[in-house]
Design a protein around this ligand. Structure first.
Ligand SMILES: [Zn+2]
Length: 355
């Protein structure tokens, strides 16, 4: 008879799957056990058990245990129970989740500081992280272009796309994806909606710690409200005719609308398409016609795109006003590694360069 054989294969999207070879033959082999002598049956059974121990269990180990640097094993909570795991796509959302989760839940961030969500290329471990999550928090509105499909196909826990709610009124439509502008977090009032939705989802998945999640979220939302008021006042310091910002990619329309500043960019809402010479010439004309005082580069976009902003500055006489954080927070251990610090940096940079 043929023994059962298990193989672990890595699928095209990086996930590990377990397959049994020759299913029909194995079925025949098992049914052939009928009518054997007790000795030959015992021998056959031992082979099947050995095969399980040698082939299938290691394959399971590979699938569930190894290479999980993105998914640390959830450690015990204060009361000895297993903590839930919250997987977040962008750095902004991971920061928000960590504030609300405190020590009561494990937060895993998929993207690292400086990574661009529009063109983020999945790592094999991402599929595993998403599959094992009790809760996946993501932006939605096509921001996480590639990861969207992985979440769709592999998430087993609750999934919340924080920007996709009637409480957020999307701006514009991206020419490439056809999706609305996904950069809602640059209106702090919309980031408060993110916080409320994250709080409710975490409390629903882990009701035992719901009071702690609500309490931390309430404190954080108070800080966000103060940030919103401060940002409005700080931008208002810039004389109205100078309130015009030119950036690498079109990430700041929500900021512009919320805090009353006109926004232009070399390319559209997504960085999936490279900039063209025509984009550059059109923007140079605008900078000259409107007398824009400064142009701004961004942290999470390609060097080529930022170079184009520098060329616009050279050609027009506008200065480089500074670096803005667009689709990612700053490096760990810097003030910009939190949403609050990132937002203060951006608003201060604009206010200093344009006033
Ligand atoms: Zn963007």
């Amino acid at each position: 008879m043929r023994a059962l054989a298990a193989v672990g294969v890595v699928s095209t999207d990086g996930g590990t799957q377990i397959g049994l070879t020759d299913g029909a033959d194995d079925f025949k082999a098992l049914t052939a056990l009928k009518g054997m002598t007790s000795d030959s049956m015992e021998h056959a059974m031992r082979r099947i058990v050995l095969t399980w121990v040698c082939a299938i269990l290691p394959a399971m180990f590979v699938a569930w245990g190894c290479g999980s640097d993105a998914t640390d094993t959830p450690s015990a909570g204060g009361d000895g129970s297993k903590r839930i795991t919250i997987v977040c796509t962008t750095t902004m959302i991971a920061d928000l989740a960590r504030v609300i989760a405190g020590d009561d839940a494990e937060v895993v961030g998929i993207m690292k500081a400086g990574e661009d969500p529009h063109v983020y290329e999945m790592r094999p471990r991402d599929t595993q992280a998403i599959a094992m999550a009790d809760l996946v928090l993501m932006n939605g509105l096509h921001l996480e272009a590639q990861l969207d499909h992985v979440v769709e196909n592999h998430a087993k826990g609750k999934v919340v796309r924080l920007a996709e709610t009637e409480k957020i009124k999307p701006l514009g439509v991206d020419e490439v994806s056809g999706a609305p502008d996904p950069h809602c977090w640059f209106n702090v009032e919309y980031f408060i909606v993110f916080a409320e939705r994250a709080r409710d989802a975490i409390a629903e998945v882990d009701p035992k710690h719901a009071d702690a999640y609500r309490s931390r979220a309430a404190t954080y939302i108070d800080e966000l409200k103060l940030l919103h008021t401060w940002a409005g006042k700080r931008i208002a310091e810039i004389p109205r005719e100078r309130r015009i910002m030119v950036t690498s990619h079109d990430a700041f329309q929500y900021l512009g609308k919320a805090y009353d500043i006109e926004v232009h960019a070399v390319i559209g809402m997504s960085t999936e398409q490279p900039p063209t010479g025509r984009d550059k010439i059109a923007l140079q004309k605008l900078v000259i016609d409107r007398g824009a005082k400064a142009v701004f580069i961004e942290t999470s976009v390609s060097a080529a795109l930022n170079d184009m902003v520098r060329q616009i500055a050279d050609a027009t006489g506008a200065k480089i006003g500074g670096t803005l954080y667009s689709d990612s927070l700053g490096d760990p251990a810097t003030p910009e590694s939190t949403y609050l610090g990132m937002f203060r940096h951006n608003i201060d940079t604009l206010a200093e360069a344009l006033r």
